[in-house]
Ligand binder design. Sequence first.
Ligand code: FAD
Length: 217
Amino acid sequence: MTRLSEVYKKLENIVKEKYISNSIYVRHAYSRNVDPVLQGVPDIVIRPKDAQEIAEILKIANIENIPVTPRGGGDCEFGGSKPIGDGGIVLDMKRMNEIINLDQENLIVTVEAGISWGKLNEYLCHFGLYTGCMGPGSGMTAAVGGGISHHSVGGGGCAKYGACTNQLVSLEVVLPTGDIIETGSQANKYSKFPFNRFGNGPDLAGLFCGDNGIFGV
Ligand SMILES: Cc1cc2nc3c(=O)[nH]c(=O)nc-3n(C[C@H](O)[C@H](O)[C@H](O)COP(=O)(O)OP(=O)(O)OC[C@H]3O[C@@H](n4cnc5c(N)ncnc54)[C@H](O)[C@@H]3O)c2cc1C
């Protein structure tokens, strides 16, 4: 068994067979995003269901020294969400597309990072709400996590509300080591849902805004 097939087996145990692939067709599909330039073809494409699975994947990648490229909608025009050079793992976030909580009193919605701006705003409009800055112009497919990693503006509302990251209250982040952290008010273990980005110390969320997935997922 080669080192790569051993890694594949370990990753498959985390997400199960359906959510991992090393088929040549899938790998080539994930070697492109909206910008057609070929930078490299990944070895493995994996689709985690939650932060815990991401943590386990990153721990293995870290031990094995394998690069990981997070990917939301793949709408980055500058090659961000595909591998640079052959090899590595593409971490497709689109399976994590649920709305976790809507706090109508404080106007805060908690979502998984792979949800598209389109799905989120379609949900919110049933409550007479929208996300202020409605993400990028590509928001029908682009993900909230991709928007945060890009500091996206432009889909409407940003002249009034700023970039989508200006509206960010709290992040749950899996670090490259596999450790999971919470930022802002959510770092307080007694806080059930996020309500404030600042006040608990330095603005840790800011580290992950516009980082292109380099500092965490
Ligand atoms: C037609 C069109 C219109 C566009 N309009 C705009 C616009 O108005 N304004 C604008 O700012 N941009 C725009 N863009 C660019 C781009 O679509 C946006 O920046 C968008 O927010 C990218 O989101 P995505 O989910 O597709 O990210 P992806 O392309 O999947 O990823 C972008 C970067 O973020 C990282 N990443 C993705 N998800 C995560 C995550 N969960 N954790 C950590 N890192 C992650 C990736 O590794 C990559 O580096 C447009 C693009 C197109 C094609």
